[in-house]
Design a protein around this ligand. Structure first.
Ligand code: UD1
Length: 422
């Protein structure tokens, strides 16, 4: 059994390049099945979720290989239209294959997706939206079958700007005969990245990044080459780490505009920034200040995925912070694990009241989910003494070789192997 060992209270320093965005590469990989040819995707992080996505494409009849951070996906010979339970349950993003596979094969069947247990995560918006395009869907609560039938597109108004549903509608509509409009679409940078990739293959998508996206169907998509955007959540994780442990680091391969929802929070903590030429230097004060209120929301509000890492750093702040989670109903589970390090957090419904303490101490704790796991690592980096972090498979879903990356920044962190997990 693997776990992570951290000896805390080491100031961070040095440079680190961000890897590509997990939340971009997964829908883009789902999009490869629409293509009659090869997709060459640069800047792909080596994550277990990415490997799971590649396994799905192979199962469908595609061939996928990887050299360093480049994935080559040849999807010319897609033959399968069913994704088995085991592959679907690896991650949440497997649901994004619903739109692309139904469009490509005329029919797709799959099981409910897995993913982090941070809320109920229904797929009602996905299903209703694809039905509006003309797809026929049967869903018995576990198995979903979607048939293209005479689908020809249409106007879809999302009741909530769901990231996954927006991606599914885009993928389901690029090869339809008509025009599709998505109203109240998600505006996350990863949606724009998906559209850029599909447009480079010949799709006609406009308005991605705004609330209204227009997709004009095309007959065929051809081979494409695309570079995945840098991971803004990884950036916020490193920034939280340096805010908690102290020091100054330089993040390379950064898209500063994607960080605009989170920079003000770190400014309020008293961190200093120097940005330019795709780099961001962040310097932590001797002790960070609390942040009055953070409320997660859809882009361009503060991202729910950054909430846990930022909470971990605020555990060490001077003063009290209030953090409200509005996107997922059960995304404060890490608070209980952070308390093991001596953090003072009171959770009421979807709000965490964090009173900063001067010193955290080392502890044994486990990762509750992907971003909650990052929060636990950050608490251990800031803590006096040694910590052991268990259930790290959650972290490997979204952070490439986290121990190596943090070691490069001066952390004393290593992956270890034990016979049992706590
Ligand atoms: C994506 C991201 C995830 C991020 C989230 C919100 C990927 C791979 N994952 O997840 O990291 O935390 O966006 O930014 O990109 N909802 C419904 N019905 C639906 C769909 C969603 O009620 O059919 C609800 C969800 O339960 C949740 C909210 O809408 O409460 C947001 O979900 P959504 O935007 O769809 O997130 P994901 O695409 O799952």
């Amino acid at each position: 059994m693997q776990y992570i060992q951290i000896s805390g209270k080491k100031q961070l320093g040095g440079e680190i390049a961000l890897h590509g965005a997990k939340n971009s590469v997964l829908p883009i990989l789902a999009g490869t099945v629409l293509i009659d040819g090869t997709s060459t995707l640069h800047n792909c992080p080596d994550l277990s979720d990415v490997a799971a996505c590649c396994d799905i494409i192979r199962h469908l009849g595609g061939s996928v290989s990887r050299t360093d951070d480049v994935i080559f996906a040849d999807t010319t010979a897609i033959t399968q239209c069913e994704i088995p339970k085991g592959l679907m349950e690896e991650m949440r993003s497997s649901i994004i294959f619903l739109g692309s596979l139904s469009a490509r094969c005329g029919k797709a069947c799959m099981y409910l997706p897995g993913g982090c247990k941070i809320g109920a995560r229904p797929i009602d918006i996905h299903i209703k939206s694809l039905r509006t395009l003309g797809y026929h869907i049967s869903f018995d609560g576990s198995n979903i079958c979607c048939e293209k039938a005479n689908a020809k597109g249409g106007s879809v108004t999302l009741p909530f700007p769901s990231v996954g549903a927006t991606e599914n509608v885009i993928l389901a509509s690029v090869l339809l005969g008509g025009v599709t409009t998505i109203i109240n679409a998600a505006r996350e940078p990863e949606i724009t990245d998906l559209a850029d990739y599909l447009n480079s293959a010949g799709a006609k998508i406009s308005g991605a990044g705004s609330s209204v996206i227009r997709i004009e169907g095309v007959a065929r998509l051809q081979s494409a080459e695309h570079t995945v955007i840098p991971d803004r959540i990884l950036a916020s994780t490193f920034m939280s780490a340096v805010a908690a442990a102290g020091g100054d680091i330089v993040l390379k391969k950064v898209n500063i505009s994607h960080l605009s929802p989170i920079l003000p929070v770190f400014e309020e903590m008293g961190c200093k920034f120097f940005a330019g030429h795709g780099e961001l230097k962040i310097k932590s004060p001797h002790r960070i200040k609390s942040v009055k209120r953070i409320t997660t929301g859809v882009y361009p509000s503060f991202p729910t995925d950054s909430q846990a890492p930022v909470m971990a750093s605020l555990c060490t702040a001077k003063g009290s912070s209030v953090i409200t989670e509005t996107i997922f109903e059960n995304r404060l589970q890490h608070a209980g694990q952070l308390s093991r390090f001596g953090a003072d957090i009171v959770v009421s419904d979807r709000t965490a009241f964090v009173t900063g303490v001067k010193n955290l101490h080392g502890a044994a704790a486990y990762c509750t989910d992907l971003r909650g796991g990052a929060a636990i690592i950050i608490a251990a980096l800031a803590a006096e003494g040694d910590s052991q972090i268990y259930k790290i498979h959650h972290i490997d879903r979204g952070y490439e070789n986290i121990e190596r990356q943090l070691s490069l920044l001066g952390a004393d962190i290593r992956r270890k192997y034990d016979e049992k997990e706590q």
